[in-house]
Design a protein around this ligand. Sequence first.
Ligand code: ADP
Length: 665
Amino acid sequence: MRVADLPLAPEHVEHFEREGIEELYPPQAAAVEAGVCDGDNVVAAVPTASGKTFVAELALLTADGPGLYVCPLRALAREKFEEFDRLPGVDAGISTGDYDSAASELAGNDIVVATSEKVDSAIRNGAGWVDDLACVVVDEVHLLGAAGRGPTLEVTLATLRRRTPAVQIVALSATVDNPEDIADWLDAELVESTWRPVDLRVGVHAADAVEFDDGTTLSVPVDADDPSTDADTEVTAALVRGAVEDGGQALAFVSSRREAEALAERLRDERLADAVDTADSTSDAASVAEELREAGGTETGSRLAEAADRGVAFHHAGLSSDQRALVERAFRERRLAVICATPTLAAGVNVPARRVVVRDQQRYTGEGTEWLPVLEVHQMCGRAGRPHLDPYGEAVLVADDEDGREALWNRYVTADPERVESKLRDRAALRTHTLALVATGFAGSQAAVLDALSGTFYASRTANPDLGGAVGDAIASLIDDGMLEAGEGKAKGSAGGNGGTGDTGSGIEATDLGAQVSRQYVTPETGVRIVERLEAVAGMNDADVTELTAFEVICDTPDMVDTYLGNAERAEIYQFARAHSAELTTGMTDAEDFEGWLESVKTARILSEWVDGASVEELVAAYRIGPGDLESRIERAEWLLGAAEALADVVGVSMPTLSSARAKL
Ligand code: ADP
């Protein structure tokens, strides 16, 4: 099937041909046959790099009105936005600052790229553009199975479909075990394929050789007698070196940030920079190092630049978003030979490599180690093989010995990925979405909430969904928290009752507090905690209410990220809390979860030093966090301080330091 034969405008056909897309890949042709250009719902479960973006573009360009592209990650959203914005005659918009509320500026775009949280927030805030959509494309739809984000995605899609029943839904998924369930839910045609533009072989290394699933073997002897080295690391180094000497690039996955940096350090001696096959000799590894040095002066940044100088980078959530973006781009431009990464890169942006080495297949949790999900390891492996550059891609899992080889083979090489299952039954998720449905006027009784949830993935997957009890509990707890109350059965809310069923069962409506919690996009639990602290502030001396107080109000909430508190630091933070006890809303003996509270005091302290003028370098060094950790906390603080201001208004507490702290972030 040729692009020229599709129902596209001539300038779009030319655009795709210029990008090298003339003949459709088989999964793309299957999506066209399934009706992606005819307004039909389609679920495509296909491997990485099989051309999902083009399928999305076909749906968006042939739709009879504005389109929405829902994407889980912000870095990815940016990439897609830039791609859509290049389409001739198309105005694209992007909305990814997950937590701000105004979204009216997006009306008038042909294509909006947004995270599911942002779409959910836009619905809660009554943004009109969501009702005008003709087509919604959902990328990485298998994230339906992720706690927290999954329920948001399924409730948002159910709401969009109910508000605009004719909207076309195109869902793109990694290869999962039950894509037919997702297709069933969305009344969609399923396109399932394992076709890849570049062949992939997957194998396990043990006893000096890789055995691949295509029956071939590769000898990789290592001298691991030296007790100062770790055998798995030496194998990884040898596999990486082999790929680079062969003119390829490699990705190495390890379990933690520390391991990623240590591996990059170990690879420095491999002289990989000399072997990097740069497309342009003026733009080499040294220039990447230079750009990284210019991007920021933290200690992490200098270590990263030093490694990049030798053709190696590390990549993890502790890096700032600029640093991560620079590393990803340089790797795509083949100015780096290797990235040593934590598993987060697996689901991230497009960084294909000749060879992927999965050195660690387990990760640490609070309590110990656990095996990585099969889907995640498959996504890592799927990164191998760069179209047009590599004859094939190779993914290698590193095992300790023959027993380990068999175990990894069974667990990951021949195994199917996990099934995608709904996480909507979770109490926190149900509270959040019940409140939102009532506050937006979409549901005015328990029966109407249940009716709204009947369009979710959860309901379609469960023969007898029986959410009644769980939703009843959610409503009762929200009434206890002062967010819902008995009412007319038609809640007030910015969406003006749009889509409400107006049933006459025992009515509920959102209180001002509940409406504001929903609109500010914080979880009900965060709302409760903030209100409790604001009430404590009302009893404090004005002089004691500082910006540190403002940060404490927002940091001990589920919507703020936890900051790790090591043993060595604990005593110091304890002393800090004592010294500042007059400024804190929680007494040293009052915290229900003392350790959790102490961690939040650490976060509050970091943020208050930041607004007092401390530099990124100073904070990174003093608190042993990465620049990326600081960045994410600042961003959340900005959102949560705004939410706290709105809630302070509702409960009638005056706290000027909320806005002064926010202004200084
Ligand atoms: P993914 O499925 O991982 O989202 P992409 O949509 O990013 O994959 O596509 C991977 C690469 O393949 C892109 O560089 C894209 O331009 C290219 N591509 C997609 N479809 C075709 C095609 N039909 N012919 C040639 N190249 C294609």
